[in-house]
Design a protein around this ligand. Structure first.
Ligand code: PPS
Ligand code: MG
Ligand code: MG
Ligand code: MG
Length: 350
């Protein structure tokens, strides 16, 4: 099973969605940001990106049963006050698809078509059959700030991630490690993609040829640097810093938004990603599925704080122990030890 046509469709869908998001980020107005019931922000680009990916996947893979587990839903867009937003999303989606030669003859989508495309993302996923997993904009807070964000798309087959695509429109093509110069950050826009057993590749979003990428080979933690969430509300920064100290990491943390962290790690920009949400937060599969295969196919490992691999077969949520840690195979044993020790210290100090 090679998943060739699925990967081609996923790359196309994520690239088109990235173009839509770039356009909106450039012209971002405060009125484009709405608050969902959980108080997290959502923009016309989150909805537009989800509609584009859903539409393209269905169009490109017409013979397959289409199941999509995605972050956004149409609840707010079906209300009276959501009508203007819905019109704007519909125009954005039609503009993006209309710019593509292959869809130029497709009739314009109506607001109803757009609602239907977004609502396709209602699947619950699970261990049986194939399910696409989509975060139409991961790192919406970064997107709104003008910083990093990602369009993250993965395919599950019988509960396992078999392919993943990460479009990171603001990520420099050159390394963002501590030794890189600001000027090497001029060219931005990366597309990472991985298929099970076949490695991870990166190309520019405007279509250069792909290059194979590998995680950092660093074995000495003193030389390692680590990534964590930009938003302190999303991960316990003090716990990461205690782990890094125990491990002997010298460099300060690199805080960037979204699964761009997984992309950067897959090409060795940093060696470790630590994520420890506040108590009670449940991780969603769309926040990790694409990033996870991009890193593992580049030679890295992704586990929970107990060292177990992530299980994407349980539906929308990941059922895991305490947090997510990502690094290369050489550093993982000592990282896990430092994680356990820091968690124990934290518990005994409570
Ligand atoms: N409280 C809390 N704890 C942990 N994680 C949370 C929390 N709230 C939200 N989220 C999810 O974090 C996603 C953003 O990813 P990051 O944390 O890597 O980036 S960032 O630092 O927030 O910018 C973000 O994804 P998007 O909603 O797609 O932006 C959320 O799914
Ligand atoms: Mg969100
Ligand atoms: Mg997300
Ligand atoms: Mg999102």
């Amino acid at each position: 099973m090679t998943y060739d046509k699925e990967l081609a469709a996923a790359k196309k869908a994520a690239s088109l969605a990235a173009t839509l998001c770039q356009k909106v980020q450039k012209a971002l107005l405060q009125s484009d940001v709405h608050s969902k019931s959980d108080k997290s922000p959502v923009t016309v680009a989150d909805y537009g990106s989800q509609a584009v990916v859903s539409f393209v996947l269905e169009k490109e893979l017409p013979t397959e049963l289409f199941s999509l587990v995605a972050e956004e839903d149409t609840g707010d867009l079906r209300t009276e006050s959501g009508q203007e937003t819905l019109q704007r999303i519909t125009k954005l989606v039609n503009d993006s698809l209309g710019n593509e030669e292959v869809y130029a003859d497709t009739p314009s989508l109506s607001t109803e078509d757009v609602l239907r495309a977004i609502d396709h993302g209602k699947s619950e996923g699970g261990a049986v059959g194939r399910h696409w997993v989509l975060d139409p904009i991961d790192g919406t807070k970064g997107f709104v700030r003008g910083d990093q964000y990602a369009i993250a798309l993965a395919l599950l087959d019988e509960g396992k991630v078999v392919l993943g695509v990460l479009a990171c429109p603001n990520l420099p093509l050159a390394s963002i490690n501590q030794h890189s110069s600001e000027s090497s950050h001029d060219k931005v826009g990366c597309l990472f993609f991985a298929k099970v057993g076949e490695g991870t590749y990166m190309q520019s979003l405007d279509g250069s040829s792909p290059v194979k990428v590998h995680v950092s080979a660093i074995a000495n933690p003193e030389e390692a640097s680590f990534f964590e969430s930009f938003e302190a509300a999303h991960s316990l920064h003090d716990l990461s810093s205690s782990i890094a100290k125990k491990l002997g990491v010298k460099a300060p943390p690199v805080r960037i938004d979204s699964q761009a962290k997984y992309g950067a790690l897959s090409r060795g920009d940093g060696a470790i990603y630590l994520r420890f949400p506040h108590k009670g937060y449940r991780e969603k599969i769309w926040d990790h599925a694409a990033g996870c295969i991009v890193v593992t196919e580049a030679g890295g490992e992704v586990t929970d704080a107990a060292g177990n691999p992530l299980d994407f077969s349980k539906g929308k949520y990941l059922d895991l122990d305490t947090g997510i840690i990502v690094t290369n195979k050489k550093l993982m044993p000592s990282l896990l030890k430092a994680v356990r020790a820091s968690i124990e210290e934290k518990v005994s100090s409570l």
